[in-house]
Write a protein that binds this ligand. Sequence first.
Ligand code: KG4
Ligand code: ZN
Length: 336
Amino acid sequence: MKILSIESSCDETAAAVIGDGRKIISSVIATQVEEHKLYGGVVPEIASRRHCESICGVVRETLSQAQTELSGIDAIAVTYAPGLIGALLVGVNFAKGLSLSTGLPLIPVHHLRGHIASNYLCFPELEPPFLCLVVSGGHSHIVEVKDYTDMRIIGRTRDDAAGEAFDKAARTMGMPYPGGIHLDKAAESGDENAFRFPIPKVSTSPYDFSFSGLKTAVINLIHNTKQKGGELPVNDLAASFRKAVVDSLTKNFFLAADDLGYDTLVLAGGVSANSLLRRRTQELSDAMGRKCYFPAKELCGDNGAMIGSQAYYEYLAGHIADAGLNAAATRSIELG
Ligand code: KG4
Ligand code: ZN
């Protein structure tokens, strides 16, 4: 089954043609990041306008690279939640138009379920059940993936998402948007023990995260150093901050894996590209005889391929939308 999938939830206009949920036949991403960089973050109205301009060309190019036309496609899939509402609406309406004009089924896909599915494209043997740490710019969840379309959140952030914390800390260190990747790079040549940041704990739930205190601690440290006219050891700061975030993520993730008895662990979302998070997850899994998976780096960020992969399983579960499909800025991954 060939699915044409569309993703426009944030600042990438993306599409893909995916075979049977597991094979990337073509995948095209038009990023807007250079424009949003000027403002230090995504400007929602600009994002929507760029999606409007790019979506036709991106879908045409995706079909052309797959050496097919719409007549060779079996279903249309689209990210419908969560994300920037104006950005999502562009993809949803485009997909609805395609579905109405071709008569092909329309499959609505939850963006975070798509991130998890990135792993299905990289690892043919991977199947639920598994425990997944979903860490992106807007969300940090520990999710029990009981089946392809049956998920339960067992831990979540109480404030900032991990990606958001990385981006805000990076910005204070003078790095361009989106800062997570720059902070990660700087951290590789820094001393992670140079500064001691608190590992945040949420007293009411052992699996929940909190990153806002950590973010404030690094911002205050930077401002105080600057006020005193001191030199900022950026690489050491980046390394110490990254260690605190990764320690917090892995501590709760592995605790949940122990408590719930999961031997298969999966990372997903933009932050799963983080070098230390990947290394640490691998080391801890190896030490405990667990199997761990994380997507190829090019599939960690937003892309259309992951939406086409998840769409296949949503289709098999009978999750088909009608012409009344709407976008939603927020929606739980449990609801799909
Ligand atoms: O999943 P994603 O592409 O978009 C959302 O759905 O939010 O995640 C983007 C987030 C950004 O905050 C970005 O800085 C972060 O992922 N990110 C990283 C790295 N690469 C991307 N954070 C830490 N280390 C990285 N290497
Ligand atoms: Zn994303």
